[in-house]
Unconditional design. Structure first.
Length: 603
């Protein structure tokens, strides 16, 4: 095993018909960063974490210095052009420099206006377009103060949604109004959120006006103790429910800040929402989250933020401060979790109620030296874990260290590698049979194509869990030397589904729901991998290649496939599928209007 600060060059050129394109924004991401699972999502404001970002020079060139790894690249042309965004899914930079040529294509112009249901234009924000078919593509563009928008898209069928974005939405809108000289009712500047999306076919330059459904006023007051709280950030997102588990697939949200009297207002489409209230940074109050708040009509709700204490800390390693480290603070007595990222000085600050907390700190990959095990590069800093008692304002230092490797392969009983399987590590003190909370894992990863996994940990005793098979967790003790821990995992099966239309078109973002055959039609509200209590009750969707993989114990299951809203294809149900070994299935969805049975039976 070797350790080093190796750096390679990831470079390339952006072209169109062989000619260089200057001014293209090029971003690179960790290809296996779980916050960036689908291509192009970052351009709509999701929680993207670029490793590097720059614009091409006059010759269309770009270059990054990177540590060994596999990266995803996104090229985003200037909005004034007709070039489409372009993504390269995987660029390996493992043992040498790598260079890529990015060829841009021109697209079609989709433009129009965005209106409220009463005909008034939406002021500011953005319009998001997601291609339903034939291929996954997502883009977003700003809405002007007059409600106009313009997007460059490839040919296809699109879902169109409105995003009332920006924490400083009102300030930006007011500044735009002052500059334009347009007289606008202040009520038109209130952020709006609609769950439903429009659908449009684009075969040439097209005009499409997005009209939101009727919205209702959601009024609120934020108080801290007896006093109204000014400057609290209110964020509202559609709630995922059993009936609509993928409603938050779009990066839709509405934000507002409370005024001097603690008041705020939003316009929302009737339905369930998750609401978070975040106090100003200087406040001793701590945040509040309410799930599944039903908004049915014009209403008023009061939010009381309890007072707490300040937990301040700094993340360091060998006297070097670590920026962008993920700090998770989990309460012992309640299922509450507080999350922060360290600033450029390595510091974090959180408001917490008094109590005992389990603190987990994970370094950003850019700050971790690489280690090579069996020819594979890994980042070698171990997670920091500690119990912190908060009885008043508390200062702490989170010191990360080079870890000891726990590595090996996950195989089935025949010795075949288990690829794409999640492996999680729990502290021994946090692992209680029958009461395991998956959120308390200190680290997790996915096996590669050869079934390899690797973690770097501080010496101690841990529990290793494959997938969600808590009953067969492995207890392992880490000393001073690297540990090779081979695992034979049996009893669970990998199911590989490739979903296409009956005409062969790959169906991206197709929803898959699996459940025990006996449980068909039953609802589950407990905690599981997707918020469900039964580990066999899974919700997921296909990637851009129309493929998804499910890992389940042997049994008889029902699988329901539902394409995106507005798709040209209908859904399909495998009513009774016996699973006793790994299997692959091609699922052909029928074109809407075609003769079909609607379900199938397999044993």
């Amino acid at each position: 095993m070797t350790t080093g600060e190796v750096s390679y060059r990831l470079s390339g050129v952006v072209r169109h018909h062989g000619l260089p394109v200057a001014g293209v924004s090029v971003s690179i991401f960790d290809a296996f960063d779980e916050t960036n699972e689908l291509p192009h999502l970052s351009v709509a404001g999701r929680n993207a974490n670029p490793v590097g970002q720059l614009k091409t020079n006059a010759k269309g060139e770009f270059a990054f210095a990177v540590r060994p790894g596999t990266y995803r690249l996104e090229a985003i042309p200037d909005e004034s052009t007709r070039f489409l965004k372009h993504a390269v899914k995987e660029i390996p930079v493992l043992v040498a420099n790598n260079s890529s040529i990015v060829n841009l294509n021109t697209g079609l112009l989709l433009s129009g206006k965005a209106f409220r249901s009463d005909g008034r234009p939406l002021r500011g924000g953005a319009v998001i377009a997601v291609c339903i078919e034939p291929a996954l593509y997502l883009t977003a563009g700003p809405v002007s103060i007059n409600g106009e928008y313009s997007l460059v898209v490839p040919p296809g069928k699109f879902q169109i949604a409105y995003l009332s974005q920006a924490k400083d939405y009102l300030e930006e809108a007011c500044l735009a109004i002052q500059n334009s000289g347009v007289e606008i009712d202040a009520d038109e500047l209130i952020p709006s959120l609609a769950i439903k999306q429009g659908v449009v076919d684009v075969e040439s330059d097209a005009q499409f006006d997005l009209v939101l459904p009727p919205l209702v006023g959601f009024n609120g007051e934020v108080v801290g103790g007896p006093q109204p709280l000014e400057g609290a950030l209110i964020t509202v997102v559609p709630a995922a429910t059993a009936e609509h588990p993928f409603v938050n697939e779009f990066p839709l949200l509405a934000e507002s800040k409370s005024d001097g009297r603690g008041n705020f207002k939003l316009y929302l489409e009737p339905g369930p929402y998750d609401i978070s209230i975040e106090p100003p940074k200087e406040s001793l109050l701590f945040g509040l989250i309410q799930k599944n708040v039903q908004v049915k009509e014009n209403c008023f709700q009061r939010f009381v933020l309890p007072s707490g204490y300040r937990l301040k800390g700094q993340v360091v390693c060998n006297d070097k401060v670590l920026a962008d480290a993920l700090v998770r603070v989990l309460a012992f007595e309640q299922e509450r979790e507080f999350i922060a990222k360290s600033d450029p000085g390595g510091r974090i600050e959180l408001s917490l109620p008094g109590g005992d907390y389990h603190v987990i700190v994970l370094a950003h990959p850019k700050d971790s030296a690489t280690k090579t095990i069996n020819g594979i590069e890994y980042t070698g800093l171990a997670p920091f874990t500690s119990v912190v008692a908060v009885r008043g304002d508390t200062d702490a230092t989170f010191k990360l260290e080079e870890g000891v490797a726990l590595f090996g392969r996950v195989k089935d009983e025949s010795g075949n590698p288990r690829a794409g399987i999640k492996v999680s590590i729990f502290m021994e003190s946090d692992f209680k049979p029958g009461q395991v909370n998956s959120r308390r894992a200190i680290s997790s990863g996915t096996t590669d194509h050869d079934g390899n996994y690797c973690f770097f940990l501080c010496p101690g005793t841990y529990w290793l869990v494959i997938h969600r098979d808590y009953a067969n967790a492995k207890r392992v003790t880490i000393g001073k030397d690297d540990t090779n821990f081979e695992i034979t995992w049996q009893g669970w099966c990998q199911l590989h589904f490739e979903v296409t239309g009956e005409d062969g078109v790959k169906i991206a973002r197709c929803k898959l729901h699996s459940s025990r055959y006996a449980a068909l039609g039953m609802k589950s509200n407990g905690e599981g991998g997707n918020g469900l209590s039964d580990p066999t009750d899974c919700l997921m969707h296909t990637g851009e290649d129309g493929v998804c993989q499910v890992t389940l114990p042997a049994g008889i299951y029902t699988f329901e496939f539902e394409p995106p809203s507005g798709s040209s294809y209908g859904g399909k149900v495998l009513r009774q599928l016996s699973v006793s070994a790994d299997l692959s299935r091609k699922i052909a969805l029928p074109l809407k209007g075609a003769s079909r049975s609607g379900s199938s039976h397999e044993a």
